[in-house]
Design a protein around this ligand. Structure first.
Ligand code: SAH
Length: 248
């Protein structure tokens, strides 16, 4: 049903092999500060029980999840739950995603060091930080201005200077920064936005939850194999907030 809404591209379902790059170690700002932020033991526990034990195997992703201070992205009243493996409210009816889902999407989309990445749904900025640890540059679009502003402050305070946040409807992507090597959509539309497909580099990957508002969605990994062809892999059932269409 999902795939028949595709008018432009021919979709075919193929299996995907995850490539684990065991030799990579991150050397970025957040990584260097983990020893002194007072939460590294909790973060290590979260990574073991909520990420490794749940099947995430890409060592780069595991290291980054160990490095990014999730507690800096949650509201003060949820600080004590910052390293629990579930989503948390961030205000305006939105949530910071569950750590496992952030790791799953990051692993699936396969970000490499020279990549330019687009994220739709900045929210707290946490997923953007995780992507920024791996990519050359991350553009992140957020439809709620107050969240875009707050995430921008958080990321700046943590020293992420390779993330650019824009307050705008992510449905249309950012045409003048395209093509993107990877696109991560963290709010759920009921169909695949064609502007985003068109902004994917050949060989680029997009991870996106698609499904009805208020229901469960399917998490898809799309790979643009050439001008005309997209491969799609079903990564399973997920629950995201809906992709809305009016800026607030
Ligand atoms: N990635 C976030 C979690 C995002 S929750 C994090 O790591 O914290 C989904 C976010 O998508 C919400 O902040 C919501 O406001 C935003 N959103 C919903 N529809 C959008 C749209 N059309 N364009 C951009 N952002 C959108």
């Amino acid at each position: 049903m999902l795939l028949t809404t595709e008018r432009i591209w021919r979709l075919s379902v193929l299996a995907l092999t995850f490539v684990a790059l065991s030799t990579w170690t991150p050397t970025t700002t957040a990584q260097q500060s983990t020893e002194v932020d007072g939460y590294s033991a909790e973060r290590d526990r979260m990574v073991q029980t909520g990420i490794i034990d749940w099947g995430i195997s890409d060592s780069r992703v595991i290291e980054v999840m160990r490095a990014v201070p999730r507690h800096a992205f949650v509201p003060p009243e949820y600080l004590r739950q910052a390293y629990e493996n579930h989503p948390l409210p961030i205000g305006y009816g939105q949530t910071i995603s569950q750590p496992y889902i952030v790791a799953l999407m990051t692993q699936a989309v396969g970000v490499e060091s020279g990549d330019t990445v687009l994220e739709i749904g900045t929210g707290s900025g946490y997923q953007a930080a995780v992507l920024a640890e791996l990519a050359e540059h991350v553009y992140s679009l957020e439809i709620i201005e107050a969240l875009a502003d707050r995430a921008g402050d958080t990321l700046r305070d943590l020293g992420y200077d390779n993330v650019t946040i824009h307050h705008q409807d992510g449905y249309f992507g950012i045409e003048d920064k395209a093509p993107f090597d990877a696109i991560v959509v963290t709010a759920a539309p009921d169909h695949i936005p064609q502007p985003l497909v068109q902004q994917l580099e050949i060989g680029g990957r997009m991870v996106i939850p698609v499904g009805p508002v208020g229901g469960y969605q399917t998490l898809w990994l799309l790979t643009r194999t050439d001008e005309e062809e997209i491969q799609a892999q079903n990564l399973g059932g997920v629950r995201f907030v809906p992709l809305t269409r009016r800026e607030r």
